[in-house]
Design a binder for this molecule. Structure first.
Ligand SMILES: CC(C)(COP(=O)(O)OP(=O)(O)OC[C@H]1O[C@@H](n2cnc3c(N)ncnc32)[C@H](O)[C@@H]1OP(=O)(O)O)[C@@H](O)C(=O)NCCC(=O)NCCS
Length: 157
């Protein structure tokens, strides 16, 4: 899926509109995707094997989100937008593109549930085993898991 939108550079009287493209990442994008993820603290081992969507402006990848397939669920992960590009709808566009690709429930763990509620996620009544185990392992090291909400976007939405 490809979404196109306009993003402006400078709030104020003069606007410099740029085309923003949200699209599925291609294998040749993955080095840049991993580099941006690392810059934002969202990288993880083996991420090259997962599906990613990117937001691109002037040929530069400015945002990313991943969909990871676990044995018991699909997980939305590594959502991030470069700091200069935040607040322009890029994060929401990335999530919508990833959601549109799947016709099954999608789970995530987040410390910013408010962002995802606007996009159709709700607190998960039943947490997949994958998330229970993740919380015990290195994935959640350094995070306060009591601040992490497990949410789900139900397939019917
Ligand atoms: C979270 C993040 C991806 C948002 O990206 P963005 O491009 O700035 O977000 P958008 O402009 O698409 O915002 C969409 C909506 O969510 C709201 N929003 C943005 N960040 C939010 C947050 N942290 N908490 C709650 N709502 C938030 C916006 O105000 C906007 O609301 P509106 O539709 O009512 O105007 C970005 O701030 C980021 O990369 N943060 C660092 C990494 C991170 O925290 N990732 C999520 C981990 S689970």
């Amino acid at each position: 899926m490809i979404q196109r939108g306009l993003m402006h550079d400078r709030p104020g009287k003069e606007y410099n509109y740029r085309l923003m493209l949200v699209r599925k990442a291609r294998p040749e994008d993955m080095n840049k995707v991993a580099a941006l993820a690392a810059r934002l603290g969202l990288d993880y081992p083996g991420m090259e094997s997962d599906d990613f969507w990117v937001a691109e402006t002037d040929g530069e990848i400015v945002g990313l989100v991943g969909l990871k397939t676990h044995p018991d669920c699909l997980e939305l992960c590594s959502l991030g937008v470069g700091e200069p590009r935040r607040g322009r709808g890029t994060g929401a566009a990335l999530v919508r593109a990833a959601l549109a690709s799947a016709d099954t429930d999608i789970f995530l763990g987040t410390t910013t549930p408010g962002f995802f509620t606007k996009l159709g996620f709700e607190p998960a009544a039943a947490v997949p085993e994958t998330f229970r185990l993740k919380r015990l392992g290195p994935w959640c090291e350094g995070c306060d898991v009591s601040k992490c909400s497990i949410m789900v976007r139900k397939r019917s939405r």
